[in-house]
Design a protein around this ligand. Sequence first.
Ligand code: PEP
Ligand code: MN
Length: 346
Amino acid sequence: MIFLLNNTITPTELNDLKNLLDDKNFRYRHLLLNLKQVLIIYKFPQNFDIQSIAELQGVAKIIDVKEPYKLASKQWQNNPTQFDVNGVSIGGNSFNMIAGPCSVENEDQIFQIAEFLHKHHIRFIRGGAYKPRTSPYAFQGLKKEGLKLLRKAADAYNLNVVTEVMDVSLIDEVSEYSDIMQVGSRNMSNFYLLSHLGKIKKPILLKRGMAAKIPEWLMAAEYVLSGGNEKVILCERGIRTFDDTVRNTLDIAAFPIIKELSHLPVFSDPSHGTGNRDRVIPMALASVAAGCDGLMIEVHPNPENAMSDGPQSLYPHQFESLLPTLKTMVQSMGRVMDCEVEGQLI
Ligand code: PEP
Ligand code: MN
């Protein structure tokens, strides 16, 4: 349940309201969201009269959100979440493309990709500087040096940076060099990290845990939202199933399900979602048809020599071949693609 408070509520009235709720054994969290004050009620006394609560001084409206995820739910907010990253709109009827290599490897590699993306009017470059690798002996990323190279390449080609934040101790550093911070699949359940990301203003791209049910994924988003950061993008990146002929199974049904349950934008990552470059384009297009709000795709100037995820990275010519069909499909879904907007401006 969410109590939306009168925006004219005085500090004294708020205090009185809180004292009253405390006396009645309510448990709640007080938040300021988009200039609206709310109380998220997460525990109620045994018998309470909803009418008497609705009449309390300072309460404008009571929204009965049944799901455990309150702020991520459509019952709280029916309109799609929409926000802007340096003039590029995300959510609503916008469609975004995030592309780039799995890892930032060196200056030459990241500049080549940045130039390539710019040529195609792409607005977001991705690249990992801190890499969550299964093996401690695998390439772990260039760390701060990688962040600096990514930022430099992005600035040279007018791109926004999307990169992963793996730990609370890295939030300030990653935030300084990025425009959107990614939480990887392995960290979707790192609730301590998520609650800290709720306290910052940068948008968070929250990947689905590889074994996470959809409500668990939405609860992870709730950690960020309930900290006060409303700029959350969900990203489906494939889940583990019994089928080991694929790296992961991209859950195409997740897109309409998220649209049914939540107002948050949801992107698709068919690269990690398939693990194989020949399946990336069909699954990217299938995701668009299923209603995703954007794509994250790995592309590398020389995938054979990539330091991570080479087999699922597109060759630049494959990425180019995706764009015309993608643009047609995005348009026929009634959406505006960010690189089309840029294309028209130039
Ligand atoms: C990535 O995007 O590079 C990545 C590691 O993704 P995921 O967390 O989905 O495995
Ligand atoms: Mn990768």
